[in-house]
Structure formats: C-alpha cells, structure tokens
Design a protein around this ligand. Structure first.
Ligand code: DAH
Length: 339
C-alpha cells in the first residue's frame, strides 16, 4: 500500500496541463469519484489495524498534495493562456486624466468665501420661478420691459411660470419667511432670452448679496463693496460708485473697480477709462421690504448683484462667453492650477 501511495505521488508530481480544461480533467482523473487517489483512499478499509495509523497519514498527505498540485497546475495554465492571448494583465492602467474645477465654480466660491468672512451665509432658490418672486415683489412696474417675452423665458402664462432672470428673486424667498437680521449671499444660474454670441448668452450666473437689519446705511454698503473688491482683485484696487436705477433699490448705484489689467492707467480692456463696471447695488427699496413682510420703519438694508462670468473675465480674461458652457477640456485644464 505504501508503495502504491508513493508511486501515485510520483505520477502526480510529473503531471502537466496546458489549459484549465486539461487541469480539470486531471482533477477528475485523480480526485473525482472514480479517481485514482479516491480509489486508494477507499482501499483503506482493508488495511490491517496495526498499519492503519501510518497508512492513514500517508493517504491524507497524498490527498492534500494532489489537490494542491492540480490546483496550481490549473492556475499556471490560466495565467499562461492570458499572456499568450496578448493580454498583459500586469500592465499598469492607462492614466485617468485629472479633472479641474470649472472657472465659474472657482470664482463663485471665492466670492462666497469673501462674504462668508463678513458673516453672510449662502441661500439658494429655484431657477423655475413665478412672477411674484422675480418681478412683482421687487417693485417692477406692471409694464417694465424686463417682464417682456423678449427678455424672459416663460414656461407658462397665467399663472406665470418663468425662468428667473436674476438671483434677486432669492431675496424675496428669504425675506418672506425670515425676519432681520438677514445676511445672505445667493449664487445661481439665471436665464435671459438673448441671442448667443461671444458677449451674451441665454444663461449665465449671478451672485446676489442682501443685508437687512436696524440702521444699515449706504456707508455699510460702500465699505462692504470696498472690502470685497480688494479681497477679490488685490489690495490696491479702488472702487467708484455711479448713480443708477433698479426697481428694487433706492438709491441705486453701479460699482466700477480700477481696471486690474492696466492698474487704472487706461487700456483697451477698460476702453481707456481706467475703470470697469462689475456690479449693481443699492439700498433695498422700502416697497420691497414691505411686500416681504418686513417693516421699513424699523429696518433698512442693502443689496448687490453681480455676474460671475463678468468677474471671471476680469480675473482670467476669457474673451468668449461661450467657452464657459462648451466643456472643452483644453479650456478647462487651463484652470487646473487656479485653486
Ligand atoms: N438683479 C440685477 C441684474 O440682474 C443686479 C442687481 C442690481 C442686484 C442691484 C441687486 C442690486 O441686488 O441691488 O441686473
């Protein structure tokens, strides 16, 4: 019996398999129900009692060896067939190109971070809006041209459902259910019915800021704007406020910053004025506070709104607005190091 075990072990040691099927056939031949190893194990019954211990041990070893060896043959055959099919499973994977954040996100987050340092918190509102939040609550006269189909994308008329044309609608959304103090910054996408060109798009992005509390003055607005401009464009930046008109602020102003390309000396970018316009602002009109349930006798506030594309253009000189929404990786990758 010991000889038989020994011979079978030698036989198994000399086996080879060129593929997985061959290895499986060997497994059946030696370890299957009618296999050679299995048959020897069955003979164990007839072994005399005094040899059972020694032979039992040898049989166990043979079985373990056969199982392991045939499994190894199978594995080796599988590996060999993979490489011989010209698939190199050990080759390192092709590098995945690294993405970068969109320039508008970079700039939007920078604006948010500046206002956050002043105690503002982010508020958001829906892009699909109604007339009340976009126009009526913000003191737009019934015949204001912005309400025209030429400027506004209407989804439905009566009741009016439309795409917001500015993020000022978030002011109303917040003031409707919050009493002052309110200090919010509202980034988001807005839509206007414009022909798409290098200088205009039918959607773009804005950031709105609103501060309402007791005794908020125009001086607070001016100082906030100066802080923002210097944080965003550098400590030497100067600001200039020009009187303007918006239905929802009184008085209203537009803010220019000293041209950050020529340092205010005058260049083609600032049309040789030394100044570039970056945002609209003003003291919240008492009618707006009233329509949102805030008492204008007790509270006052300022608001400001700016286009993120415009700020991004100033920082990175992107000449064509369409680049922002084309998702051309060559363009986007230029901002990989910008944050
Ligand atoms: N909503 C204005 C626009 O889309 C921007 C703006 C101007 C927002 C003055 C304001 C503001 O909050 O006070 O052009």
């Amino acid at each position: 019996m010991l000889d038989k075990i020994h011979n079978l072990r030698e036989e198994i040691a000399s086996l080879s398999a060129t593929d997985a099927a061959e290895a499986e056939a060997l497994r059946i031949k030696y370890l299957g129900k009618k296999g050679a190893v299995t048959a020897l194990v069955a003979d164990f019954r007839s072994v005399p009692a005094e040899s059972k211990r020694e032979i039992g041990q040898a049989l166990n070893e043979l079985k373990t060896y056969a199982t392991q060896h045939i499994a190894e043959l199978r594995e080796a055959a599988e590996q060999a067939s993979l490489t011989s099919n010209n698939i190199d499973i050990f080759r390192s994977a092709a590098p995945v190109p690294l993405g970068s954040r969109h320039p508008l996100s970079i700039v939007s987050e920078e604006i948010i971070s500046i206002f956050t340092r002043l105690g503002f918190t982010v508020a958001e509102g829906p892009e699909i809006e109604d007339d009340w939040h976009v126009f009526s609550s913000l003191n737009f006269a019934a015949d204001h041209p912005a309400r025209d189909m030429q400027d506004t994308f209407f989804i439905n008329r009566e009741p009016d459902v439309l795409l917001r044309t500015h993020t000022s609608s978030v002011q109303t959304r917040v003031m409707e259910h919050t009493q002052p103090p309110i200090r919010i910054i509202c980034p988001g996408r807005v839509y206007r019915n414009e022909a798409i060109s290098a200088r205009a798009h039918c959607f773009f992005h804005q950031v709105e800021a609103l501060y309402v509390d007791k005794n908020v003055s125009f001086a607070d607005l001016r100082q906030t704007l100066l802080y923002f401009a210097r944080e965003m464009f550098g400590p030497d930046t100067e600001i200039r406020l020009r009187p303007s008109y918006f239905p929802f602020t009184e008085p209203s102003a537009e803010m220019d910053i000293s041209c950050n390309l020529c340092g205010g000396k005058g260049c083609s970018f600032c049309k040789h004025t030394g100044w570039v316009e970056i945002l609209g602002c003003g003291m919240v009109d008492p009618n707006v506070l009233r329509s949102c349930g805030i008492d204008p006798e007790v509270y006052s506030g300022f608001a400001l709104g700016m286009g993120i594309e415009r700020i991004t253009n100033l920082k990175y000189q992107v000449k064509d607005l369409r680049m922002f929404s084309e998702n051309d990786r060559r363009f986007l990758n230029e901002f990989q190091a910008a944050h």
